[in-house]
Write a protein that binds this ligand. Structure first.
Ligand code: GDP
Ligand code: MN
Length: 382
């Protein structure tokens, strides 16, 4: 789960990091009131779950409440990389002498958290990594060793942070690491980490992603989710406890088991199709579960055809077939569904489906045939 900047900063504050005072506003009036309360120069920032807000005009400096109102009117409703701004963060303005970059991510290849620090912050860090790799310090943390003060010092030295700022930057690194561990984060990024003309070091931006699988341990963070901004299918799937990942294509994909669904995506791609999603019904074969999953897929207008890939194991093919027929009875289905049924009792299952013909139901015995069929039914290869 991605957090808004102001939520990330709230976690920073809880982790003992210094943050700048600010207010959330969802209207021009609220933004003006926030500016009046803060009484001084502020920065008005779009709260959207995407980066590049500065470039898109979503971050504006303002000296007076009138200016804040003007910027708020321009930023509310602004589309930033497909995310419409509905929320603002009005924060006391910090003066910037320098902009640094800091992040902690998981490096899955190295199986360790990766810490990155650079004095070339504020800009696109991918460009820094390519054009000035020597300016981006990258150090993995050995989990067996744990976080020790010398680790932060090593990073600060490797990045070439000036002597007078090292202590403050190291403290931020330590605080961010504490937050990373305690909140089960996947990402903690501060860009820019600013140095004020007085030499203070302040997190001017916060990008925090929490591991969804750990959210049950953090109800106060889970409650930060902005359901209004969530993708409707993802929201629906979450409410129903269905594993769902939205993709860009035209073919709705469901299967029983994550490994099977992943290979289904590959096979669909191989025959020129584009998956619209990844949906795992797990061991589920009951009509209720199938209805639930199909409803999530059918609510996505991009879906032109559905591929239901089943491998009978503990769940038998005949049970799944009955579940599918029951689901088809209960749903209004306007797109073709191709079912590939294999494994335990597959023949019985296919016989059950064959005995109850349905206008939109197509049955195939192999994954490849089913993939070809569904791509054809969805209007051909991309
Ligand atoms: P992003 O573009 O989505 O990453 O948004 P940021 O929060 O990083 O803001 C973009 C840029 O706005 C930063 O790199 C800063 O240069 C500037 N900015 C953000 N907050 C402040 C602030 O408090 N004071 C000043 N002077 N500039 C700011
Ligand atoms: Mn930023």
């Amino acid at each position: 789960m991605d957090l808004y900047e102001h939520q990330g900063k709230e976690l920073f504050a809880r982790a003992g990091l210094r943050t700048v005072e600010g207010r959330v506003a969802t209207s021009v009036e609220e933004a003006r009131a926030a500016a009046e309360e803060l009484a001084g120069p502020v920065v008005v920032k779009a709260q959207v779950l995407t980066g590049g807000r500065g470039k898109a005009g979503g971050v504006k400096l303002a000296a007076t409440p009138d200016e804040v109102a003007e910027h708020a009117a321009a930023i509310l409703g602004l589309d930033i990389n497909g995310h419409v701004t509905r929320r603002l963060w009005v924060e006391r303005q910090a003066s910037i002498a320098k902009e640094y970059y800091f992040s902690i991510t998981f490096d899955r290849g190295a199986k360790r958290p990766l810490f990155m620090l650079s004095t070339m912050g504020g800009m696109d860090i991918e460009a820094v990594a390519v054009d000035h790799p020597e300016k981006l310090a990258r150090i993995h943390l050995d989990p067996a060793m744990g976080f020790r003060p010398f680790f932060a010092n090593r990073l600060v030295f490797a990045a070439g942070i000036p002597k007078e700022e090292r202590r403050a930057v190291a403290a931020i690194i330590e605080g961010c690491h504490r937050l990373f561990v305690e909140a089960d984060a996947m990402l903690v990024e501060v860009n820019p980490l600013i140095v004020t003309p007085e030499g203070e070091v302040v997190a001017a931006d916060a990008k925090v992603t929490i591991d969804d699988n750990a959210l049950y341990r953090h109800p106060e963070i889970a409650a930060m989710r902005d359901t209004a901004a969530a993708d409707p299918q993802e929201q629906m799937a979450r409410e129903r406890g269905v594993t769902y990942v939205k993709l860009d294509g035209a073919i709705g994909i469901l299967g029983n088991g994550a490994g099977l669904v992943m290979s289904t995506l590959d096979v669909v791609d191989q025959v020129g199709g584009t998956p619209a999603n990844f949906l795992d019904v797990g061991g589920g074969a009951q009509a209720d579960e199938i209805v639930s999953a199909l409803e999530v897929i059918l609510s996505d207008p991009k879906v032109q055809a559905i591929f239901f890939n089943i491998f009978g194991g503990i769940t038998r093919g005949d049970e799944v077939a009955r579940g599918i027929l029951d689901a088809l009875d209960r749903l209004e289905i306007g797109v073709p569904i191709v079912v590939r049924l294999d494994g335990t009792n597959a023949e019985e299952g296919r016989a059950i489906l064959a005995a109850a013909p349905h206008r939109h139901l197509h049955v195939e015995a192999t994954m490849l045939d089913a993939a070809r069929r569904v791509v054809e039914l969805a209007g051909g290869a991309a």
